[in-house]
Design a protein around this ligand. Structure first.
Ligand code: PAF
Length: 292
């Protein structure tokens, strides 16, 4: 496992370019969820994990300064998985003098985290495009926990016809269902226990959908009931994945997404269901693969 810091260092990857170089973009502070992305990536080809806390996706007042950074711990966690390289650039390597090109998201940034975090997805797309330019991957692997991010990136790749295949990997959960997140470490013991309410709500909505409920409002109410344990609900949304509309009645590939504050942490979670006349089965987000 090589540690690469600069654009020049990335030249050492050239011998691995056999058409399957696979990138797992992260902001470091790795946990089991990230490791599952690295394991999934390894089935596609040699893996490069990027670790870069991207300043442009944090709005003023968000947790950019507090965001956990421990490269040595990340390297220790990755070592048993033996990715080909870890790319941990500094800000100048990614952004130069900071006055260059930025990328604006399309329709999938509307609503949800796009409404709560202005500029967030432009920051995500700008860094992902820049990381793609630096690493030049054939495949890129993202976690389904950041569902809207997956869709925003999927639209960029499709619209710009970038030669990268995207794969979304199912969310890894704690025993009580809490989605793994670097921000879970902001929670104290009691908050951590309450944080499981996001998944409880989504599971309740899924059970309703599986018994035939097709009203988006009813599904949202089921999530809301469980979120009485959160300190503040930021959104509970039901969206049609295909066209990003908010339907009254759910059908086809449907995203149920939630954001809530528990103590100091802003937590997000979601569920993707393929809803037909016959039922509501969990499914993936992206059409490019990895949708198992
Ligand atoms: O999902 C993340 O950790 C980040 O948003 C990403 C994709 C690495 C871009 O900074």
């Amino acid at each position: 496992m090589k540690l690469l810091r600069t654009a020049e260092d990335l030249g050492t990857l050239d011998s691995l370019r056999d058409g399957n170089l696979t990138v797992v973009p992260t902001m470091g502070a790795l946990h089991e969820g990230h490791l599952s992305l690295v394991r999934a990536a390894a089935s596609h080809g040699p893996v490069v994990v990027t670790a870069f806390v991207n300043p442009t996706q944090f709005a003023p007042g968000e947790d950019y300064d507090a965001y956990p950074r421990d490269l040595q711990q990340d390297l220790d966690l990755l070592a048993p998985l033996a990715p080909a390289a870890v790319f941990a650039p500094d800000t100048a390597t990614v952004y130069g003098d900071g006055r260059g090109v930025t990328i604006q998201p399309g329709r999938y940034a509307e609503g949800l985290c796009g409404a709560d975090r202005p500029g967030h997805f432009a920051g995500v797309l700008t860094v992902v495009a820049r990381l793609f330019g630096l690493v030049r991957p054939d495949v890129a692997v993202f976690g389904r926990k950041d569902a809207q991010q997956c869709l925003v990136i999927g639209e960029m790749v499709a619209d710009l016809r970038l030669p990268v295949r995207l794969v979304d990997v199912p969310t890894v959960r704690e025993n009580d269902g809490l989605a793994m997140s670097s921000r879970n470490r902001y929670l104290d013991h009691a908050e951590r226990a309450r944080a499981a309410c996001l998944w409880r709500g989504l599971s309740a909505a899924r059970a309703l959908a599986q018994t035939g409920e097709r009203s988006a409002a009813r599904l949202r109410e089921a999530v809301a009931a469980a979120l009485a344990d959160a300190d503040e609900i930021e959104y509970i949304q039901v969206r049609s994945v295909g066209d990003w509309t908010a339907p009254d009645r759910v059908t086809g590939r449907t995203l149920l997404a939630v954001a809530a504050r528990v103590g100091p942490a802003r937590l997000i979670d979601n569920l993707v269901l393929d809803i037909t006349d016959d039922g509501a089965a969990p499914c993936g987000l992206l059409d490019h693969g990895g949708n198992a």
